[in-house]
Design a protein around this ligand. Structure first.
Ligand code: ADP
Length: 373
């Protein structure tokens, strides 16, 4: 057993903050080239080449998100961003990213979802970071043909209170359990594995890679969310990591969406979708003015492009250079599939993104989510 650099005078996260930019630039180029290859603009790829490009993209994106998360930690950002979680999607995304690593070791990742989903509020980025790191370890330390299981359950306030052994818990909670059939963790190492740059066994380090940062990031993330980690493990008998976190519903601020458009049917349809999904909704027609943005504390504007009519003649066009509009993303709704037409909209009136009508509920929600991120 060996503890690395824990007494070092150098602040590793500060160094990390300084080199992040250097890491990001070449990674962006790699991802851009891989996306170009995937688009097959220079000729078709064989099925095997397509798989290989997908692996570059998935892992490049994982690396990018890790670098981004490390930067967030290294600059000590304490704010968290609370929103309703789509846990099945988060878990599927993480397991998909890990599938090349799992396939390499013939490790099976089994996921179990509860029969009934509930609305649970937390920080999606931190939850993803937690799952990403614990699951990567579970796969890595499972060796060949191991088994990894992920499941979660919602806890009512009484269960949450008893699991957290706290008296004042009035909130509900969530328990995520990740277990593996791997090499296990020495009881003496359990105390230390959540420290920065600690690795339980240098022999395994060479075998499995990694730098010993993952679990310290997990530890920071879980405490930011007000939760705790429980670890059960024995050498040779696998490991079980339990993450127990509170529902942060009371910290959720509903994003405010302003729809600008005259088509009442469309406006009503969007209203139905958004109110279902916990947004604050308001709408306005031709009499749009920047003051409405301030009044509603608007986070995203949805603008019905109405096939150009609104763009050219509307009050929206007249105020597009307003200071109030500068920092607010605008999602244009267009009936046109023509890329040239859409490019015209994008440059003509500061539209951040375009959604083609008619659209599915999920498509609209995804676009809004990306614009809010
Ligand atoms: P890394 O995996 O990059 O080395 P982590 O901080 O994620 O760093 O983990 C620290 C150490 O904890 C690992 O090097 C390993 O020794 C031990 N460890 C973490 N997860 C597991 C696991 N599921 N099974 C066995 N050992 C583990």
């Amino acid at each position: 057993m060996e503890e690395k650099s824990s007494n070092s005078q150098i602040d590793p996260l500060r160094i990390l903050a300084n080199v992040t930019h250097e890491l990001k630039t070449p990674l962006h180029s790699i991802l851009t080239v891989a996306s170009l290859l995937k688009s097959e603009s220079d000729g078709p790829l064989s099925p095997e080449q397509q798989k290989q490009v997908d692996i570059i993209l998935r892992n490049g994106e994982r690396l990018l998100s890790l670098i981004t998360d490390l930067l967030a930690f290294s600059t000590e950002k304490d704010q968290i961003s609370v929103s309703p979680l789509a846990l099945p999607n988060i878990i599927k995304g993480v397991t998909l990213r890990l599938s090349p690593l799992a396939e390499k070791g013939e490790v099976k990742i089994n996921t179990f979802f509860p029969d009934k989903e509930e609305v649970f509020y937390s920080d999606e980025k931190l939850i993803t970071l937690i799952l990403d790191n614990i699951l990567t370890n579970a796969v890595k330390f499972s060796g060949i043909r191991g088994d990894v299981e992920v499941y979660y359950r919602y806890l009512d306030p009484i269960s949450y209170q008893s699991i957290r052994k706290t008296e004042e818990a009035t909130t509900s909670g969530l328990e995520i359990v990740i277990s593996d059939s791997g090499i296990g963790i020495d009881p003496l190492a359990k105390e230390n594995i959540f420290k920065e740059f600690y690795q339980a066994d240098s022999g395994n380090t060479r075998k499995f890679g990694g730098v010993g940062l993952g679990l310290s990031l997990v530890n920071n993330a879980v405490s930011k969310l007000g939760g705790e980690i429980q670890l059960q493990s024995e050498l040779g008998s696998g490991s079980i990591f339990k993450i127990i976190i509170p529902n942060l519903e009371s910290s959720y601020v509903k994003p405010s969406i302003l729809v600008v458009g005259d088509d009442q049917l469309l406006v009503d349809a969007i209203r139905l979708i958004l109110l279902d999904e916990l947004f604050t909704f308001s709408s306005v027609g031709q009499d749009f003015s920047p003051s409405i943005i301030a009044e509603n504390k608007t986070d995203v504007i949805i603008l019905d492009l109405n096939d150009g009519l609104l763009v050219e003649n509307s009050s929206f066009k007249r105020v597009e250079n307003s200071e109030l509009l500068k920092n607010i993303p605008v999602l244009g709704l267009s009936s046109s599939f023509d890329p040239a037409e859409r490019a015209k909209y994008l440059s003509a009136c500061q539209i951040t993104d375009i959604l083609v009508k008619p659209f599915q509920k999920e498509e609209l929600l995804l676009k809004i989510k990306l614009l809010l991120a």
